[in-house]
Ligand binder design. Sequence first.
Ligand code: XMP
Length: 511
Amino acid sequence: MTDKILVLDFGGQYNQLIARRIREQQVYAEIKAYNKITVEEIIETGYKGVIFTGGPNSVYDSASPHYNPEILKAGIPLLGICYGAQLMAYMSDGEVKSAENSSEYGKTVVYAKNSKLFGNIPQQSVCWMSHTDFISKTPANFDIIAVTDKCPCAAMADEGRKLYAVQFHPEVTHTEYGRQLLHNFLFEICGCTASWKMDSFAESSVEHYKEKLKDKKVLMALSGGVDSSVAAFLLHRAIGHNLTCVFVDHGLLRKDEADLVEKTFKEKFDMNLIRVNAEERFLSSLKRITEPEQKRKIIGEEFIRVFEEESAKLGKIHVLAQGTIYPDVIESGLGSSAVIKSHHNVGGLPDIIAFDEIVEPLRDLFKDEVRRLGTQLGMPAELIWRQPFPGPGLAVRVIGEITREKLDILRIADEIFRQEIDATEYRKIASQYFAVLTDMHSVGVKGDDRTYGYVMALRSVSTDDFMTAEWTKLPSELLEKVSSRITNEIPQVARVVYDITSKPPATVEWE
Ligand code: XMP
């Protein structure tokens, strides 16, 4: 059995990074909200170690997340990070204090003593701090194993019980030896073996679903994007023609996209595919809606209703499959971090749906892992490397009310932008690029005439995992060409702007 680490989520924004860093060392990591798993379940599952994550709270706040102290006696190695470190101190008999003049933010020099956790790490190195509270008194049996100039306990350990805590964040790249520290925890302290690889994940997932879905009919929500395509491939491998993919053309797709998806899945891969043309239905329920979260919820709801209807036509299918991936779950606030956006395939689900079971085979994976899984499953590269496209489609790229006219304008601009980037080497640097139709009008001049038309925005980001992203530094000649083509070829557009905001603070999509 593959060794597993549990990342117990107390609501910090870096939590998904911890799981990534562990998986990069070929140990499988699972994230669970602190209130969704008990100590008994942790013991029963056989985790080799548990990590308490950071979180936005102070341990003394009445509303702050706490955990059953029995976990400290369970004999499982623990590592507390930031809030998780303070919580460990608080759960024993230590003390945590809050002092503005002790707060540290950013790169900080840490001085470490000999300990298993700091093995092969220099005595002095740079770590990433982000805290106001600090451990002011270490619990009995714990030794201080690192300090900084301001923080009297930057790390502590009860080596006998394999309990460790660090005030800083080993998961962020600014912590010079963060990778080594996690390596020490995984291999020297928890005794894990590096055996988690994508090929074993692919194989065991196919086996798992073969067994779990034996003789069941499954309806797959296929958008044609990377995630749902990989999920469809995996399930098709497991259950063959018991899988029916339903592809909803909601009228919010890019130019020619619906035809392309239909052709690829039907002709190339011999999958059961039903295409539903539902443009009318989606556009009429989106009429006069301008608020982004409301758009997302309406689209999510309509999707499910369409699936239900299709399933009824097929003679009742009990299982619905979706290509939800891990960042969708996190950003929809299903862990314990704040809701950023309701991704339509998660947060937008209505409460009552006519399926008995929902299957999400990629729920624990990050985007790059999904792509590796696709490669492992033998999917063609052009499908795997397609740019991500949001479930709500162009609805979140037309700001304000959605109309067919606006969608048509956007589709042309989007195609121009994508064509021009695709013709250059920048297609390899930019991870996702698209146009956004703002709801702003602006004055322009064409020939001798005054014009008053839309402001079109261009967005291009470069990123590995879409959790953070940088705006792509496209050359001005390229931008100039795109701008000139858009204003020439689309009379309704008066002005083109380029979005130079990274994520955070912006998100990739405008809504
Ligand atoms: P944001 O805008 O959240 O986007 O920074 C991160 C990545 O997710 C895509 N995205 C979505 N994907 N359903 C999806 O399947 C959605 O509702 C959704 N919203 C955003 C976005 O295109 C980017 O790649």
